[in-house]
Design a protein around this ligand. Structure first.
Ligand SMILES: Cc1cc2nc3c(=O)[nH]c(=O)nc-3n(C[C@H](O)[C@H](O)[C@H](O)COP(=O)(O)OP(=O)(O)OC[C@H]3O[C@@H](n4cnc5c(N)ncnc54)[C@H](O)[C@@H]3O)c2cc1C
Length: 593
């Protein structure tokens, strides 16, 4: 078994390796957020999945990036064909991933268990998958999301056959999900949707409708389990008037649905998922749940998508980090491997801290979402899921762009060339802040949650609980710093809640960042204490210290004259995961703020 401290110089590039084994931070976070019995069952499977992702799926992902899906809108006789061609490498990746239960395990008891696993399992597998193909995480995530919507809202079960397909692990009956919300006149402003739905037959009896209109961004365009928002005649304007329909690629009779896949978008990245424009021309749609509650139902999917976006971002950051470590171990400049230079040591330590911060926060959001989806009466879980989700998506998406960009720089000129994976990482990362809600839209969502759910109150026991864990003398003063910041954060939150709307909106993104910094700092401190207690390892204490210092203090002269350089002292611990003897922890430098 590959064990730390890792020798990244053994690798030519950041693959052909088992990402699960090479990521002790992920393994520990997963152990924290899974229920114990589920983690016990999952551990070997994640280990096996990490190996397949790092090998065959990674190789296929390179092929797919060059030979992405192609659309034939018409056949040779001019009839609508709506046919998407996928390279065999893509088909193989689908099989390798779905058969391993990425979606199925969260909805049906997998082999060896009487109960399904929680959604944190799907999230962890998606995170690993995103190390090699963030584009493919999109259909996987929408498949799970569509299944979740049907499980929660298709109360009379008239769409059970679709639910079965979405949650199947077998190639023969497996289908994928998608969601078509965005229209040309509005993506953020979903209430501006103009697609209409006409009942087929008596409106009081039928659940079948014909949809007419256009959708402007449709990822996984040919999915069989596509959820679509549309408005019935006479329904109110805005999101309140939208109903939700399942609009399949083929009807239950095996006929092509009445829609036209106009063209695929020529995108910067996420090549493996075909994103296109769809014209509904009287397409058959099955009403999900009750009419005019479509947007409410879609929030189930949107929350899920946003957390998966966050773990997707973490996967990209994980790959960017591992590629950078391998490069730094192998590349020589001025006669030495570049990892020996202080600036490069610092770069890698900072990337590792960023990665572990994004990882901890995202899986914490995932933990609450999972808990809520296990019990939708759990108000605490709901409020925390609603608060943490937009922030996780917002912040990690930006972090992924920055880290992918810096990883490109660490590769030097090669990093900018399409032959090297950093090229794809940056292209893929760039969509993360845009789809599933832009940073501004997510910040406004946070404001709404604070107002409607008093979500800041739910943060109180969470953050205080984490801080109370941090008892070690090295961690205690750091916890005090975070505690003071938490008090200031609460003041800021109340000021915005009481303030006028325009000002609150003006500050909303900064508030989201502030919540991220405080919650993450407290969580990393709690994790650090656990690793001290359980593993006698002080590595995470250094990671937590770096995060607190960097995000929540403002040392004089920016700390440049402080002679505080843990990247020089603890490089092997932080970057190569060498265990760190707690006796090596000095006093944390005073927080000069
Ligand atoms: C590759 C890709 C795949 C996609 N796949 C899908 C899909 O499968 N299904 C789907 O439904 N959609 C999909 N989308 C669409 C995506 O969700 C939207 O593009 C996104 O939500 C933004 O909407 P918009 O493009 O209409 O931009 P707009 O809503 O016009 O936003 C433009 C800018 O205005 C800002 N803005 C908007 N409102 C406010 C406000 N109140 N305050 C401050 N700033 C504001 C936004 O932050 C943004 O910066 C996809 C997009 C991409 C790029």
């Amino acid at each position: 078994m590959t064990s730390p401290p890792f020798d990244y110089g053994r690798h030519d590039e950041g693959r052909g390796m088992n990402y699960w084994r090479h990521d002790p931070a992920l393994r520990k976070e997963a152990r924290r957020v899974y229920p114990e019995d589920e983690f016990e069952w999952a551990e070997d499977r994640l280990d096996e999945f990490g190996a397949v992702v790092g090998d065959t799926i990674a190789d296929n992902a390179d092929v797919i990036d060059e030979r992405g899906p192609e659309l034939s809108t018409y056949d040779e006789r001019g009839n609508v064909a709506n046919e998407v061609y996928y390279h065999p490498a893509q088909r193989e990746n689908e099989r390798l991933t779905y058969e391993r239960g990425v979606v199925a395990d969260a909805f049906r008891p997998p082999p060896g268990r009487d109960e399904p696993l929680g959604l944190v399992h799907t999230l962890t597998m998606q995170l690993l998958l995103s190390y090699v193909d963030a584009g493919f995480v999109c259909p996987v995530s929408m498949t799970a999301g569509a299944a979740l919507v049907l499980r929660n809202h298709d109360e009379d079960g008239h769409l059970d056959d679709y639910f079965e397909g979405l949650t199947s692990r077998n190639r023969d009956d497996r289908i994928e999900g998608a969601m078509f919300l965005t229209e040309e006149q509005g993506g953020s402003d979903v209430g501006a949707n103009e697609t209409v739905a006409e009942p087929v037959g008596d409106p009081s009896e039928t659940r079948t409708y014909e949809l007419t209109g256009e959708k402007w961004f449709c990822s996984n365009i040919d999915a069989q389990g596509t959820l679509v928002l549309a408005r019935r005649a006479g329904a109110p304007e805005g999101t309140k008037g939208l109903s939700l329909f399942l609009v399949p690629h083929e009807t239950r009779d095996g006929e092509l649905n009445d829609q036209l896949y106009r063209r695929l978008k020529d995108k910067l990245g996420t090549i493996s998922v075909p994103t296109g424009e769809v014209e509904f021309r009287g397409a058959e749609g099955h009403l999900v749940g009750e009419p005019e509650r479509g947007f409410e139902y879609m929030t189930t999917m949107l929350n899920w998508e946003r957390v998966t976006n966050a773990v997707g971002a973490v996967g990209i950051m994980g790959r960017a980090l591992v590629e950078s470590k391998v490069q730094a171990a192998n590349r020589e400049a001025f006669g030495r491997p570049i990892r020996e230079y202080p600036l490069m040591k610092r770069d890698l330590v900072e990337m590792a801290v960023d990665y572990e911060a994004a990882l901890a926060f995202s899986l914490e959001a995932g933990r609450w979402l999972d808990r809520y989806e296990r019990d939708r009466d759990d108000r605490e879980a709901f409020r925390l899921m609603r608060t943490l989700t937009p922030i996780a998506k917002l912040r990690t998406a930006r972090m992924a762009v920055e880290n992918a960009s810096y990883a490109m720089e660490i590769q030097g000129g090669n990093g900018y060339v399409a032959d090297f994976v950093t090229h794809r990482l940056l292209r893929d990362a760039q969509v993360l802040p845009i789809w599933e809600g832009t940073s501004n839209v997510l910040s406004l969502d946070l404001l709404r949650t604070l107002e409607r759910e008093d979500a800041h109150e739910a943060l109180l026991p969470l953050v205080e609980g984490f801080l109370a864990d941090a008892e070690h003398p090295y961690l205690e003063p750091l916890a005090e710093t975070v505690s003071e910041e938490f008090a200031s954060l609460q003041e800021a939150t109340l000021a915005l809640a009481a303030g006028d709307d325009d000002y609150a909106q003006h500050e909303a993104k900064r508030l989201a960042d502030y919540v991220f910094d405080v919650v993450t700092a407290s969580l990393l401190l709690s994790n650090a204490q656990r690793e001290l207690d359980e593993d006698d390892d002080a590595r995470k204490a250094v990671v937590a210290e770096r995060f607190v210092r960097h995000m929540l203090t403002t040392p004089s002269a920016r700390g440049i004259a402080d002679r505080d350089a843990p990247a020089l002292e603890h490089f092997d611990a932080v970057v190569r995961h060498a265990p760190l003897d707690p006796a090596m922890l000095g006093e944390p430098a005073p927080a000069d703020d």
